[in-house]
Design a protein. Structure first.
Length: 277
């Protein structure tokens, strides 16, 4: 039987984290099911730490999302249209009870290839804010999630927040998810697209696909092809080869690799079309 601590300040949490032997809890919707009949080891619950929850503007004009912010809070937040994909994903993370308890930080640190929150955050050029007794460091989200169930966290580190830079607040985004049923489903494939237009043409495109590789990935070839496109022709510029270039789908119980590859192209077209609507 291990210990349980629920600090209320970051200083207290960092002090408890210093030995590097604690299991961090930030909602528990992944941690508890993975533990079987009972949690083992020493548990450090971060959900009461001031500064680790909520959304707030940064001094640089971006947005800071505390790691213990719930999906319900994100779905209901007053955010610009660039966040529409993230808010849509938040409404599809499990059922309402899961959304009330589950957190963005827990979702990222669980590092499932099918984590709904990752593609929208990649499309927002998100960075991970990591804290430890040694200080704070920032990592692009694409470098933070290194593989299935693997993140770039040292033993005495915790994810404190997700940072969205000011330029990524431009444009409008959309999230499209494919599963075996309409609700409460693990993704077969999913896409987030953020599109910025100027003078009737695409000026900037950020497109990310999840559940079709070991980690969710941006699609640089698709983004480049969309540059300068008029909304009516954008979908025609999205070709399977450009989508496949960044992905590595696998066969599993939910779908074959070939099905995922084909679905990803169609979902990219739908997400881009919706973001341009």
């Amino acid at each position: 039987m291990g210990s349980y601590a629920r600090p209320s300040t970051l200083a207290e949490a960092l002090n408890l984290m210093a030995p590097g032997d604690k299991r961090l809890l930030a909602g528990g919707t992944d941690l508890y099911p993975g533990a079987g009949t009972a949690l083992s080891g020493d548990i450090l619950d971060l959900t009461a730490v001031a500064g680790l929850s909520g959304l707030e503007p940064t001094a640089e004009g971006g947005v800071r999302i505390g790691a213990c912010t719930t999906w319900t809070a994100i779905a209901e937040a007053d955010l610009p249209p660039a966040f529409d994909a993230l808010r849509a994903a938040a409404r599809q993370v499990g059922g309402r009870q899961i959304q009330n308890a589950g957190t963005i930080g827990g979702n990222l640190c669980n590092a499932s290839p099918a984590a709904d929150g990752v593609p929208p955050l990649l499309a927002l050029d998100a960075r991970a804010e990591l804290v430890s007794p040694r200080g704070t460091r920032l990592l692009p989200l694409a470098d933070f999630i290194t593989g299935p169930r693997k993140v770039a966290l040292d033993r005495d580190e915790a994810l404190a927040a997700v940072l969205i830079p000011a330029p990524a607040l431009a444009g409008r985004s959309a999230f499209v998810k494919l599963g075996a049923r309409a609700y409460l489903v693990i993704s077969i494939a999913m896409v987030a697209a953020r599109i910025v237009t100027e003078a009737g043409r695409v000026r900037e495109a950020a497109v990310a696909v999840g559940a079709c590789s070991a980690v969710a990935r941006r699609l640089p070839a698709v983004e480049a092809a969309l540059q300068g496109a008029r909304p009516a022709e954008a979908a025609e510029r999205i070709v399977p080869a450009d989508v496949a270039a960044a992905l590595a789908p696998i066969d599993d119980v939910r779908a074959s690799a070939a099905y995922r590859a084909g679905a990803a192209t169609e979902l990219v077209r739908r997400a881009v079309t919706e973001a341009l609507a």
